[in-house]
Design a binder for this molecule. Structure first.
Ligand code: NAD
Length: 471
């Protein structure tokens, strides 16, 4: 059984107890991760606070060099990290390898992002300069769907700004973060990055700790609300990247087989376990049957299997509770009148495999339409009037992203402009880039990641004003 250590104060730290890590492709335990104690968390946070004293005022060229060194080191460890991601998360090895390069890309991007003071006023009355100062100790908490990419989206801007960090992965996918954390910490002074692992209680200890000045959280809406509540007594800064229920709207001029490819992968990438993936599709009556059939055809053809095997496109669902949730959402929809054009059932094999599923005759009021399914099952809903479809797409507490599919880009862009969400796409979905602001409206989150906006989220903004002609 492989054991993995935490990184606290620059050194490898073991634990008195361990928890099991399951390979979702087999359903079997294949490794154990350390169960961080409250005392060890206190040590990690104290170490981060000590490290902040010098890291927070270090020259930004030092921090940029560290970020670029981290990017290079992650690429050098690509295969080792990708295999861990596949074993604990389930995604195909090629997708895991891509996740590693994407993570490195975030570090490289922030290594170059300007951080210089900006002069806002320089005239006879005075000079105003605007600077970004680091916040202090950051608690970074990640979910299980993209364990490495999501840590990159937090760590890279937090480190550039001069913060120090305690990072906690999901208990379902701790290993790749523990391994990447050791690599990343090796490019930083001791204590600048500490990586701890444990269950949900560990996350709650982190968010309630008085030394922490900022919580950067990615996960579910329910936990996000608990994090916001935990942050409020100390008025800690928060960035919350939460769930989504993205709608795709197909316009009546679309070519069904062309849009089906984009919509299918917009929904089924990472086996549907993606916050900003398509979760509902609105199709006009005229195109309904053709779009359903084109999506179903792709679902039937998708190669599902163990992510370590060649040619696999979709892996298992990551964990048993999520597998049971997706199974029950699909079963409820079928019992409620939806029809499966493809899939509809768990697969008869070990692990947490579910058939890629296309449901039609779905409607609002079904849980799979109203809630975030976060798995390989996509409901298709009919519409007859476009205004009504837009209103239905927006009638959700979520607001992460949405897309419009059409042969007429300008028309689609006018519809996209009416979607209430942080990212509105035309003829595509799932475009998350280091330079593009990413964040959710409504219950999908608070704050923004990526680009200068994501950097500002890890900074205290300070105006330095000096009047002229008074001395
Ligand atoms: P989750 O909320 O259950 O867990 C996320 C993390 O929070 C884990 O590390 C968990 O241990 C920790 N945690 C749990 N309870 C906590 C508490 N009380 N205080 C602090 N931390 C706590 O989410 P999940 O099931 O791991 O991930 C799936 C969810 O994440 C989906 O809803 C998905 O949409 C969302 N997600 C959002 C984004 C985004 O950028 N918007 C990206 C990926 C995933």
């Amino acid at each position: 059984m492989s054991l993995y250590n935490m990184t606290i104060d620059g050194g490898e730290t073991t634990a008195a107890s361990w928890f099991d890590v399951v390979n979702p492709a087999t359903g079997e335990v294949f490794a154990q991760a350390p169960q961080c104690t409250q005392d060890q968390l206190d040590d990690a946070i104290a170490s981060a606070a000590r490290a902040f004293v010098s890291w927070g005022v270090s020259d930004d060229s030092v921090r940029r060099a560290a970020l670029q060194g981290i990017a290079n080191a992650l690429i050098a460890a690509q295969l080792e990290l990708a295999e861990l991601v596949t074993k604990e998360q389930g995604k195909p090895l090629m997708a895991a390898a891509f996740e590693v390069t994407e993570t490195a890309r975030w570090f490289s991007y922030f290594a170059e992002l300007p951080l210089q003071p900006e002069t806002l006023q320089d005239d006879a009355r005075g000079q105003a300069v605007f600077v970004r100062r680091p916040l202090g100790v950051v608690a970074a908490i990640t979910p299980w769907n993209f364990p490495l990419l999501l840590l990159g989206m937090k760590l890279a801007p937090a480190l550039l700004a001069g913060n120090t960090i305690v990072l906690k992965p999901s208990p379902f996918t701790p290993l790749s973060t523990l391994a990447a954390g050791r690599i990343i910490a090796g490019h930083l002074p001791p204590g600048v990055l500490n990586v701890v692992s444990g269950g949900d209680a560990l996350g709650a200890w982190m968010t309630g700790h008085p030394t922490v000045r900022k919580i950067s959280f990615t996960g579910s809406v329910a936990t996000g609300k608990a994090v916001a509540a935990a942050a409020s007594p100390d008025l800690k800064r928060i960035t919350l990247e939460l769930g989504g229920n993205d709608a795709a709207i197909v316009l009546d001029d679309a070519d069904p087989s062309r849009v089906a490819a984009g919509i299918f992968w917009g929904a089924f990438t990472n086996n549907g376990q993606i916050c900003a993936g398509i979760k509902r599709v609105y199709v006009p009556d005229r195109l309904h049957d053709a779009v359903v059939e084109a999506l179903a055809e792709r679902a039937r053809r998708a190669r599902v299997g163990n992510g370590m095997d060649d040619g696999v496109q979709l892996g298992p669902i990551n964990n048993k509770p999520q597998f049971e949730r997706v199974s029950s959402l699909v079963a409820d929809a079928l019992a409620d009148g939806a029809l499966a054009a493809a899939g509809g059932h768990a697969m008869d094999r070990p692990g947490y495999f579910f058939e890629p599923t296309i449901l039609h005759e779905a409607r609002e009021g079904m849980r799979i339409v109203d809630e975030e399914q976060f798995g390989p099952a996509l409901p298709v809903l009919r519409y007859s009037d476009l205004d009504e479809a837009i209103a239905r797409a927006n009638a959700t507490p979520y607001g992460l992203s949405g897309s419009v599919w059409s042969s007429d880009e300008e028309r689609a862009a006018r519809v996209a402009a009416r979607l209430d969400c942080g990212s509105a796409y035309v003829n595509t979905h799932l475009v998350v880039q280091p330079h593009l602001p990413f964040g959710g409206w409504k219950w999908s989150g608070i704050g923004t990641e990526n680009g200068p906006w994501g950097l500002d989220a890890f900074c205290s903004l300070q105006v330095r004003y000096c009047p002229r002609g008074r001395s």
